[in-house]
Design a protein around this ligand. Sequence first.
Ligand code: ALA
Length: 473
Amino acid sequence: MDLLAKKPLGQLKAEAETSLLKRSLGPWNLTALGIGAIIGTGIFVLTGTTAAVNAGPAIVLSMIISAIGCVFAGLCYAEFASMVPVAGSAYTYAYATMGELIAWIIGWDLILEYALAISTVAVGWSGYLVSFMHNLGIDIPMAWASAPTNLPAALIVLVVTGLLVIGIRESANTNTALVFIKIAVLIVFIVAGAGYVRWANLTPFVPPNTGHFGEFGWSGVLRGAGIMFFAFIGFDAVSTAAQEAKNPARDMPTGILLSLGICTVLYIGVAIVLMGIVPYSSLNVPDPLAIGIDATGLTWLSPVVKIAALFGLFSTMVVNFIGQTRVFFSMSRDGLLPPMFARVHPRFRTPHVSTMITGLLIAIAAGVTPITVLSQLVSMGTFLAFVLVSLGIIVLRRTAPDWPRPFRTPAVPLVPILGAVFCIAQMISLPHTTWIRLVVWLVVGLVVYFAYGRVRASQKRSALGRVTSAART
Ligand code: ALA
């Protein structure tokens, strides 16, 4: 049946071998790529807003819950990435192993994960820009820098789009430099702020529930985990670069797990220090880390943190954008999206049409939507993709036991089950409105699939089949 049609392994290998992309990335480049995608608006903005509204100082526990779920899912991702080391992330793995419909759902979900994450990061960028300009004596009116007219957010997306069209992605070194800046600023924040932590700010560690689910208390901790999950999203972007990895079987799992581990340690450090420096209730602002630094009185550090945040968030957008265009490239090549998404510019060698269309939509979303709506929908969509990836590992151990697995997820089925359970628990903690938005998104996706992708993809498969059998005779 079409819905269960799988992409043949031979075709995947041929695509990997004929790829124009160079195999130049080692384990450190891949880890840097992961960190580049992970550290962003989550830690720079949501840590503060989520502590103020949902979890209080116990945001630290929220982060730990979220990180544990990510490690389980990351171990499953790593097995997939080593089995199917070609570009396209979870979408490609699913197409090779679980059939077209699940692949489509995951690919459609990844649009939420990557594209909408860029909008979210752009809103975070806008918050730090306003804050930095204030230091320079220029006050950008909030009416222009918040939904539904967040002009800096929309404009920065257009700048990133332009750079990607002309091919900024060539520079892995720039990414590595920006990653160092991001890591450095978080470490400086921890070290400089540690001396100003006051225990009074950290107690009560779990503020009492207000009577509403998700507003402090343990339900607040869980909802905090669901929201802070956004901060960890991105480690799977490593898997979109599988085709450029020198030794994907070994380096993909390393890149995924190491980037996740480094970010988790940094996040927990930042959260403890931030919660200790200022009362959590004062952090429902667009630039919480800056508020934390201002409270220490280290005036020289404040602009440094803001500039580093601006550069750091910029790089997060670039890396996620590249991930998005690669997923679109794979989906289009398979016939599930129109061919223009796989068109490559003759001179720039970038998927320029796909980049421009996506960039425009991302800019609009960034300009008109509040950060809470965006970030929660990104988390929700990504949770669903992670649940499918985790369960997929269990299914595949049964249906394709002989497929080579250079990296094996440990303790199957326990680890994938725990991955799915952690993700589902955090999904349940998110508000109903976010669920409704996810369902609407999925319904739109299914309409597109049944009206367009299913027919086109099956035509493409039979054309490929004819070519293959003609070649054999
Ligand atoms: N994890 C990324 C961020 O926090 C998406 O911005």
